[in-house]
Structures are given as C-alpha cells and as structure tokens.
Design a binder for this molecule. Sequence first.
Ligand code: NAP
Length: 258
Amino acid sequence: MNVLSSFNLENKIAIVTGAARGLGKAMATGLAEAGADIVIPDINYKEAKKAADEISELGVETLALKCDVTEKSDVQDMVQKVVGKFNQIDILINNAGICKNIAAEEMSLEDWQEVIDINLTGVFLCSQAVAKEMIDNNKGSIINISSMSAEIVNYPQPQCSYNASKAGVSQLTKSLAAEWAEHDIRVNAIAPGYMKTDLTKEIIEKNPERKEHWIEPTPMKRMGKPEELKGLVVYLASEASSFMTGNIMNIDGGYTLY
Ligand code: NAP
C-alpha cells in the first residue's frame, strides 16, 4: 500500500467521546479530514450537535449523541445507535475527561471519585462496549487520551486525582492492547502536554504567572495547539500504524524530557 493511502480513513466510522469542544473536536476534525465518518457522544448534546454539524461540512457523515461515559446504560445505548446507523465501528477515541485542582488533603471523596469515574472508568466502559463490536469484526483501533500527567506531577496546581486517573489510563491502554491483540484490535494512547484550549487559555489569562511553570520548562517554549494532535490521531487510527499497539505517545513540546 502506498504510504499516503495508508493514512486514508474513508469508509471508517470513528467515535470521539467528549468532542463537543477542545482537543476532542480538533481530533474529530482531523479524522474527518482523512475521510472518516464521525460520532460525537458528549454529556453536552447541544454543543456536540453544533460540532457535528460543523464537521459534516467537510463532506462526511456525523452523528451527535447525548452520552455520559460514566453511565454503562448510556454507553451501551450509544454503541447500539452507532451500529444501527453505520453497521460498524472502526475507531474509538476515548477523549472525555475532566481535571480538578484541589489539594489532596482537602479533596472530598465525591471530587476524587468524579475524576476517576470520568477519566478512567469511562475509558474502560466505552472500550469494553466498543470492543465487543470490534471483536465480532476482528479489527479496530482504540486511542485513549492520557496525559503527560500520567508520568510527571504538574506544578504548581495540585491535581492528584487527575494524575492518578491518567496513570491508570496509560496502564489500561497496555493491558487492553495485550488482551485484544488476538482480535486485531490495537490500543494506543496519546499523552498531550499543555495544550492551548479555551479552558487553559482562560487559566493563563487569570493566572499569568502560570506561564513560568507551564511554558518556561517546555523545551519548545510554547503550549501545543489542539490541531497539532490531528496528525498523530490519524496515524494511530489508520493502517499507517498497523504494527503498533500498547504505546503511550507523548506530544508535549518536550516538557517530559527534563
Ligand atoms: P474540554 O475542553 O473540557 O472538553 C471535554 C469534553 O468532554 C467537554 O465537551 C465535556 O462536556 C465532555 N465531558 C465531560 N464529562 C463527560 C462525561 N461524563 N461524558 C461525556 N462527555 C463528557 O477538555 P480538553 O482540554 O479538550 O481535554 C480533552 C482530553 O484531553 C481530556 O481527557 C484531558 O484530560 C486530555 N488532556 C488535555 C490537555 C490540555 O492541555 N487541554 C492536556 C493533556 C490531556 P462539558 O463541557 O459539558 O463538561
């Protein structure tokens, strides 16, 4: 196969959780630019529909669904709807995630649990439900959005539940990759560093001193742009990475080097 055609995602169905905005929306756009039809399950249906309508202007089919990734029934219902409409699922991007900056000694069990439920249990529930379809078809690519926080402790903001959840995502990625390789399902993870989304832009505007901790220690001396994830997600989703599984790929301007 010609190398450029191995990146082509025409006739593939990709689910990107939490893609109503931010990194998920950018990655969903990249997958659509490579030809994939896109499903956006998000807790915020109105924004998911807006993002899906925008992406459909690229000439692909899109579907927005209301789905809380922590609710097993929502996730099962979402998978049934996708199979009902498209008959197949080729790609799953487990992107939905939250972060709470609370000191460990002050964190309530509810705050701890919410982060673990969305960031880690949500990844498990979506992967399990989608893998059942992928196992029947004997193919698939699952990409979990981990974080450099799986490997380093961010500073100065305290976020122990987030860091622990992302370390869990990275090890879950390797475990699922090992279990599902026999079904030709590849499972990899992307671990972004500080990315310039609406949310992080607002944090920097309110706390300009964060630049010192977020940007100065980054060898490339800047934050990432959401669209800089497009190339990696298309690579991992496509035949271009057909012998790669169980990898956690940092994309962080070099932050984790020091
Ligand atoms: P974001 O802008 O907050 O987008 C996350 C989306 O997920 C939102 O649309 C959110 O809906 C949705 N969501 C939240 N809880 C959900 C649930 N239970 N079920 C379904 N959807 C849910 O976040 P982002 O910055 O793009 O981050 C996306 C992923 O990248 C996350 O996993 C994050 O940890 C990871 N990441 C981000 C960065 C960064 O610098 N931004 C760096 C490393 C890793 P609502 O708007 O209604 O909450």
